[in-house]
Ligand binder design. Structure first.
Ligand code: ADP
Ligand code: MG
Ligand code: MG
Length: 878
């Protein structure tokens, strides 16, 4: 068997080899091959990494030899020699996972330096200060990443040195000071690890490669993988690349840029750079960088070349790119490119613009948007017309709004977040070690760092609001306070952030409903042209129905009537109805409810005129409308003790008696749904009459209304036949009374396994089915949702018994099978029989795909999820 090739030169790879070379390596290869200025380098494959772990952390056979052999090729190309005391080749060692994991694993720069090669570098560059600066950076990075020496020890030594010499900036340290610092650094290393800092470049390189491999399993990386559901067995590649230097003076620098604005999608180059700086200086937020456009003044030729390369890369990858570059003495080098992370808002704008620029197709545009990410856009925003107490402005790094208590460290953010508190994490800058706190925070505020700083990138990736580089904010970690001029913010004070403007506000702010941008509308219209699945909304009142229409719903798939019963002015009448001992008494209460219900239906049907509205008759058990038994007992006892009104007392005692009789051991499986209609036909008849009277009025007013009466919780054809007859009788009565003929249909919710199994028969007396997958999931799995999610669902997910929460993602293997049976049953009896879904699954992308595959007519979801459903339905078709 031929040995595996564990090492590739950049020119031997290409973009399609991501799984072998990692994202960074594959794109460096691609850039090399399309002729861009990439410093020569090589990539050690992910296979080598996986083999390394399989062999108990030993390098796979042949890897080292191949590494030295390919390094020779790099030496030839650069004209420098690794470890050579006169003309040393220095390299960076960079990790590169298959899926980009920003900031998750550390890069080592300037590797290959030691006491001799540093002199060679000083000689060959005629710049001793620079060479020493590289060396001290290298010792610090290598010791931190590879040897595990805490970097603050070096920072402290550096600060002390600057203080001694009375200088502010790192660049102001003299060569002598740097040389002393290097000595001190080595002492720190020796003290910490009990060994000399390794001087041999080959040893350095092998140690670094090993460290990159090992970092695949560091806690930061594991957290990131867990949050982003990245498999743990992909492994990381290692890129070894000849160094170029952005820290060689004022004609050198380093930066990062997006080819379009990752926050709002605008088609402008968007980035930052620092003159005379190296590597991570920009992202680490140590100095606040310059906007990329300023490079046109500093180095006009380089800027022009850079702009051209950005355009070229965008056309080549047909997507927005996130680019890292370095300028060494006026010469531009490309160090990385990848598809840039962006907010949902930007993703939509970029996709739509790219279709219009002729770069991608409409289908591609639609496929590129993650429907779940739209949630961000459909969230509420800050009402800027309200009075806002803005105390500071930072950079608008990640849009959205957030209010919460201030906390100054990630552990605290995590702890409070877990208690369900809303927190804003406030830091000078964030690092990958803060990730657990960022996850739990509502928003992030930093005082340093630009739009590409760690906080900004991570927040955008999570769709979380972030304001960064808020320089007027002075944070005192020890005192747990922050101040802006004379305003002091203490831990636990409430502040608000606006990630779209960068505003920082004291106190909580008012939020308003979102609107769909022009591009968003356009994308959704394209989606509508592609999809075959209809999209309706679940709405119980005219406001929600109006919102649903605005978001593009073509009808209501579920209008629940119980919420109408709960209104404060109705509950006493509803209770009167429940307390009724005789039929006439109940009729009297129902008569009072009738006009109220009629108004409800009138409002909703009117807003949705032209589209079907499925109205579900009363579903919950009656005791839900009575006060809680324990509370009643307390109230009665108090009344008795205070010698309260005897009439009130006897009324409460009556209610208590009734509540006790209605008490159920298992309400979910109790006296509810159509079982109420069977026991008390007059309730459903009243509801049917309210619907039909509203229909008559609206028809007379010239509205086209399409009512669909839906009977819940049916298990059998006979059950539905009886209730259907009731509804039809009422319809006949109303038609006779008003002299107006109107159309309506009667169907049922399919939400119990027996209904799925006997769907063929049920369809004989139904005009439509709508899956109620919340109950169908509960009854198919035998899980009560509230108990499962509160108590044991986590264990089922952790132990991988279930791959996802079946109340969120439709369980295709179980519930899905029953649905398939029901669809088949219904449509065999009546070809083209209408079937929809109105459970919460109707708004969840993977469940929507399943509904598409089942050939359902429509999905119905909450109004705010309608755009998500429209997009997901189109993706299911593509
Ligand atoms: P990350 O994945 O965290 O972005 P990178 O491997 O991209 O890490 O390295 C971070 C930064 O280090 C780069 O953006 C670049 O500025 C610098 N860097 C990496 N390799 C080189 C190199 N060969 N020459 C100069 N700078 C480099
Ligand atoms: Mg890094
Ligand atoms: Mg990078």
């Amino acid at each position: 068997m031929k040995n595996k090739v564990y090492v590739y030169l950049f020119e031997e790879g290409k973009a399609g080899m991501k799984s072998l070379l990692g994202g960074k390596g594959a794109n460096l290869a691609e850039m090399t091959n399309i002729g861009l200025p990439v410093p020569p380098g090589l990539t050690i494959t992910t296979e080598a990494c996986n083999e390394y772990f399989r062999k108990n952390r030993e390098f796979p056979e042949g890897m080292e030899e191949l590494l030295w052999q390919k390094l020779k090729a790099i030496e030839e190309k650069t004209g420098k020699i690794f470890g050579d005391p006169q003309n040393p080749l220095l390299v960076s060692v960079r990790s590169g996972a298959v899926v980009s994991m920003p900031g998750m694993m550390d890069t080592i720069l300037n590797l290959g330096l030691n006491d001799e090669t540093v002199e060679g570098l000083a000689q060959s560059t005629q710049n001793r200060r620079f060479a020493l600066d590289c060396y001290r950076r290298f010792i610090q990075m290598f010791s931190d990443v590879v040897l595990g020496v805490e970097h603050f020890q070096f920072e402290t030594a550096l600060e002390k040195k600057k203080h001694e010499l009375g200088v502010e900036q790192d660049q102001d340290l003299t060569p002598e000071a740097l040389a002393q610092l290097i000595k001190e650094y080595k002492t720190i290393v020796k003290r910490a690890v009990g060994q000399e800092f390794p001087g041999d470049p080959k040893t350095q390189l092998l140690m670094a490669v090993r460290a990159v491999f090992n970092s695949w399993h560091n806690p930061r990386a594991e957290v990131y993988r867990r949050i982003n559901k990245i498999p743990a067995d992909l492994g990381t590649a290692v890129n070894v690349q000849s160094m170029v230097f952005g820290n060689m003076g004022n004609d050198s620098g380093t930066g990062v840029a997006f080819t379009r604005n990752p926050s709002n999608g605008e088609r402008v180059l968007y980035g930052e750079y620092l003159i005379n700086a190296q590597g991570e200086d920009v992202v680490a937020g140590i100095r606040t960088p310059q906007p990329i456009q300023k490079l046109e003044e500093d180095l006009p030729q380089v800027y022009e070349q850079f702009v051209n390369i950005c355009r070229l890369l965008e056309n080549h990858y047909r997507d927005m790119q996130d680019i890292e570059f370095t300028i060494e003495r006026g010469k531009l080098y490309m160090l990385q490119t990848r598809n840039g992370k962006r907010t949902a808002h930007a993703a939509i704008k970029i996709a739509v613009d790219m279709v219009e620029e002729g770069l991608i197709t409409r289908e591609e545009a639609i496929s590129r948007i993650d429907p779940a990410s739209l949630d961000q856009l459909l969230h509420r925003r800050i009402d800027t017309s309200a009075k806002l107490n803005v105390i500071a402005k930072g950079l608008p790094a990640s849009p959205g709004a957030a209010s919460g208590q201030v906390v100054f460290d990630a552990d605290k953010a995590e702890a409070l977040g877990k208690e369900g508190k809303k927190v804003i994490l406030v830091r000078t800058e964030t690092t990958p070690d803060d990730i657990h706190g960022i996850v739990m925070a509502q928003g992030i505020l930093t005082s340093r760092g630009g739009m590409t700083s760690h906080a900004a990138v991570v927040a955008r990736g999570m769709g979380k609001c972030c304001v960064c580089g808020c320089e007027s904010l002075k944070i005192d970690y020890e005192g747990k306070t922050a101040r802006v001029d004379d305003i002091v913010i203490k831990e636990h004070d409430i502040i608000s952030l606006d990630g779209s403007t960068g505003a920082v506000m004291l106190g909580e702010v008012k939020l308003i409903d979102p609107e769909l941008s022009g591009e968003f509308q356009k994308l959704l219209t394209w989606a509508d042209e592609i999809r075959v699945l209809g999209v309706r909304a679940n709405a119980d009142n005219p406001q929600d129905a109006a919102k649903a229409r605005e978001f593009g719903a073509k009808g209501i798939g579920l209008c629940r009537t119980e919420h109408m019963f709960m209104a404060p002015d109705r509950i006493p009448i509803v209770q009167e109805m429940i307390m009724a001992e005789t039929y006439p008494e109940r009729e009297k209460a129902l008569e009072k409810l009738l006009p109220m219900q009629e108004e409800d239906f009138y409002g909703i049907l009117k807003v949705m005129s032209g589209y079907p509205v499925t109205i579900r008759l009363l579903d919950p058990p009656l005791h839900e409308f009575l006060p809680n038994i324990e509370e009643l007992v307390v109230e009665i006892t108090q009344l008795k003790m205070n010698n309260g009104d005897p009439e009130e007392l006897s009324k409460l005692e009556n209610i208590l008696r009734k509540a006790r009789t209605l008490h159920e051991f298992n309400p979910m499986l109790g006296h509810r749904g159509c079982r109420l209609g069977i026991s008390y036909p007059e309730i459903y008849r009243m509801q049917a009459r309210a619907i039909f009277q509203a229909v008559v009025r609206l028809t007379r007013e010239g509205f086209k209304v399409i009512p669909e009466v839906e009977i819940p919780l049916v298990i059998d054809k006979n059950e539905l036949a009886i209730l259907r007859r009731d509804v039809e009788e009422v319809a006949q009565e109303v038609m006779k009374e008003t002299g107006l003929k109107f159309e309506y249909t009667v169907g049922t919710m399919i939400e119990l396994p027996r209904a799925c199994l006997t769907a063929g028969e049920i369809a004989e007396v139904a005009d439509f089915f709508a899956f109620g997958t919340n109950d169908l999931t509960q009854t198919t799995l035998g899980f009560s949702r509230d108990d499962a999610e509160g108590k044991f669902m986590n264990h089922y997910l952790e132990k991988k018994i279930l791959t996802s929460n079946p109340f969120i993602v439709l369980d295709r293997e179980g519930v899905g099978k029953l649905m398939e049976l029901a669809v088949k049953g219904g449509r065999e009896k009546k070809p083209g029989f209408k079937v929809g879904i109105c459970g919460e699954h109707g708004g969840e992308p993977s469940s929507i795909e399943f509904c598409h595959l089942l050939n359902l007519d429509y999905v119905s979801c909450s109004p705010f999820r309608v755009p998500i459903a429209r997009l997901a339905a189109a993706q299911a078709k593509i």
